[in-house]
Ligand binder design. Structure first.
Ligand SMILES: [Zn+2]
Ligand SMILES: [Zn+2]
Length: 360
């Protein structure tokens, strides 16, 4: 996917402004806006499967270059042979022969982010039921400095901790989750962003939040806030950075080396009252059953079961990772038989964990 990027020269712009000037010119806002990535849903599953293959091959090649043959081998074996449960028109489940669990592996990342969604969505829904709050997606960015990714991550996390201790923040937010994203711009400079699902207590002036962020970072007022209409989609949007913390397309051998040194860096977390809520969450207080049901439904599927989308019997197709995009293409090209109504679940198709090969 095309990552959100910020223009570096514009990021530096606040340096040239007096610090007291909390409100930059309108022009600065336009240029400093965090540009939105191309929505992932616009690409087909076959295109995404091909991209995952390319990403993995790229990573395996880099691993070879930095003399990490084991990692290269693990990446090449991961999801290389697949057992695909299909009715011929839908893919109900994809079972890989082997999973590498490497943090940058796009296949393993998708599984990890699905797990996070299954874990946190019921908690978020329950939290929204219990509290009078509005979920928002907040992106916090910082100015670029010459530093390593580790330093960049530590800097933005420490600014965020400071922000959450301020009374403005406490008055307006009741906690949430954060995830860390790194991007590399055209000039090869790294940027760290924090993507936050925040539970807003009440409406506030965004300029006040900008000035708070500027106060804790000392040099950055760049942020983006939008309300989340659908909490499942909002959470999905944020946890995708757990599976894609970096823009791999611009990734070189040195980047991989640096990333391997970041072993224990946390990429996702909870904060504020939501964090305490999660600790004491009782799963029976749960209307996120939809997700967990689908998850268990998917796990229980075997050859001969009815396709969850059309009820036709499922059969097991064995294929290599390279054949999967072609198979998706065939499925994408197969029109639905006239008059056949697929189940309502289809509505959730983008999200359902019905198969390991689902879009996310
Ligand atoms: Zn993997
Ligand atoms: Zn089907």
């Amino acid at each position: 996917m095309i990552q959100s990027t910020l223009s570096t020269d514009l990021i530096r712009q606040p340096d040239s402004q007096p610090k007291e000037s909390v409100k930059p010119s309108p022009q600065t806002y336009v240029h400093n806006r965090v540009t939105k990535s191309q929505p992932e849903s616009k690409r087909t599953r076959s295109q995404r499967a091909r991209e995952r293959l390319r990403t993995k091959e790229h990573l395996a090649t880099l691993a070879g270059e930095i003399h990490e043959p084991e990692l290269a081998d693990k990446l090449r074996r991961c999801h290389s042979r697949l057992s695909v449960l299909t009715c011929g028109r839908h893919i109900a489940r994809v079972i890989p022969n082997f999973t590498c669990e490497f943090r940058l592996c796009p296949d393993c990342g998708r599984r990890r982010s699905r797990k996070l969604q299954n874990k946190y969505l019921p908690m978020m829904r329950a939290f929204l039921r219990h509290h009078h709050v509005t979920p928002v997606h907040l992106v916090l960015t910082q100015t670029h400095r010459k530093e390593t990714r580790k330093q960049s991550a530590a800097r933005i996390q420490s600014s965020f901790t400071k922000l959450t201790r301020r009374s403005f923040w406490k008055d307006n937010f009741k906690g949430g989750t954060w995830s860390l994203e790194f991007t590399k711009d055209k000039n090869g400079l790294h940027h760290a962003h924090l993507h936050i699902v925040g539970f807003r207590r009440k409406f506030f002036d965004i300029e006040l939040l900008r000035s708070e962020w500027l106060a804790v970072t000392c040099d950055s007022h760049v942020l983006n806030l939008k309300p989340i209409q659908d909490i499942a989609a909002g959470l999905r949007e944020v946890v995708k950075y757990v599976s894609k913390p970096l823009d791999i397309r611009r990734f070189g051998a040195e980047d991989l080396k640096e990333f391997l040194g970041l072993k224990n860096m946390r990429m996702f977390g909870t904060f504020g009252e939501f964090r305490d809520f999660c600790k004491s969450f009782d799963p029976s207080d749960n209307d996120g059953g939809e997700v967990s049901e689908l998850e268990s439904l998917s796990r229980d599927l075997v050859e001969g079961c009815a396709c969850p989308q059309c009820s036709e019997p499922l059969f097991d197709l064995r294929m290599s990772a390279k054949e999967l995009p072609q198979f998706y293409e065939r499925i994408e090209a197969t029109p639905s038989p006239p008059g056949q109504k697929e189940r309502k679940q289809r509505k959730n198709r983008d999200r359902t964990p019905l198969s390991g090969a689902k879009t996310r």
